[in-house]
Write a protein that binds this ligand. Structure first.
Ligand SMILES: O=C(O)CCC(=O)C(=O)O
Ligand SMILES: [Mn+2]
Length: 245
């Protein structure tokens, strides 16, 4: 305990890196979906150290995936790390090899920092992405695989080039039905269909050393993407920590 806080009778904060001690932005997306953004989760220099390690040491691959029944090369490099004994991950017809945390000790240090920031979290798997430049991207999707359960918390740490991260609300099934009905009945659809407004789209610039957390029903009700950006001319590495149930 520092002498000053002792004099004032204040208790030293037991967890200086807790979520209560950093600048964070919380976005209530409604209906039980929430996003938290912490721009300076990790220090700037420390983050470059992680970036250099990851860029060099991770066994990056660029696999073939299936999108709408067609085979294509995934538009970014990837790698998967998971604790032993978990059900295997499969997305877009691709089953990544699960590397061990023990093979990449710095990943365990970043995981520990994430756990410290998010009390109660207990991530056991990690999907890594490397965007080599502005033409690498991730298309609109939700991480709604069954193995994560119905309300997964996903913690996303970014290094390197700033990239835009977009969220948009999934089209509501009932509204789609109403829209079709309105068309069938030749009534003006705009009267029945909710207009898309600002509450249905959000954009974040994910900075070097930042942490973005998606939780609640964000994967059920929202899609996210990192679109192509011609001006993003440097490498970005992103780590998404998840819990396989
Ligand atoms: O790179 C990002 O910020 C997002 C990556 C992502 O959504 C994913 O790997 O599922
Ligand atoms: Mn995702």
């Amino acid at each position: 305990m520092s002498s000053k806080s002792h004099e004032l009778g204040l208790k030293e904060n037991p967890n200086p890196n807790s979520i209560n001690n950093v600048k964070k932005q919380t976005f209530d997306l409604g209906k039980g979906s929430e996003v938290v953004y912490i721009p300076r989760f990790l220090g700037f220099d420390e983050s470059w150290k992680w970036f250099n390690y990851l860029n060099k040491e991770i066994p990056w691959t660029r696999p073939s995936i299936r999108v709408f029944g067609r085979s294509c090369i995934q538009p970014r490099d990837t790698c998967y790390v998971a604790s032993e004994g978990l059900p295997e991950l499969r997305y877009s017809g691709y089953q990544p090899h699960a590397y061990s945390w023990e093979d990449y000790p710095p990943l365990k240090q970043i995981l520990a920092a994430v756990h410290e920031m998010l009390p109660g979290s207990n991530f056991n798997s990690l999907l890594l992405n490397r965007y080599k430049g502005g033409s690498d991207y991730v298309a609109w999707h939700a991480d709604d695989e069954k193995l994560y359960g119905s309300t997964p918390e996903i913690a996303s740490v970014s290094f390197g080039c700033d990239r835009e991260f977009l969220l948009k609300r999934k089209p509501s099934k009932s509204l789609t039905v109403q829209a079709t009905k309105a068309k069938d009945e030749e009534q003006p659809a705009r009267k029945r269909v909710k207009k898309s407004d600002n509450d249905d789209q959000h954009s974040f610039t994910l900075k070097h050393g930042s942490l973005l957390v998606m939780r609640g029903y964000t994967q059920r009700d929202w899609l996210h993407s990192v679109p192509k950006r011609a001006r993003a001319d440097a490498v970005r590495i992103n780590l998404t920590f998840r819990r396989v149930l």
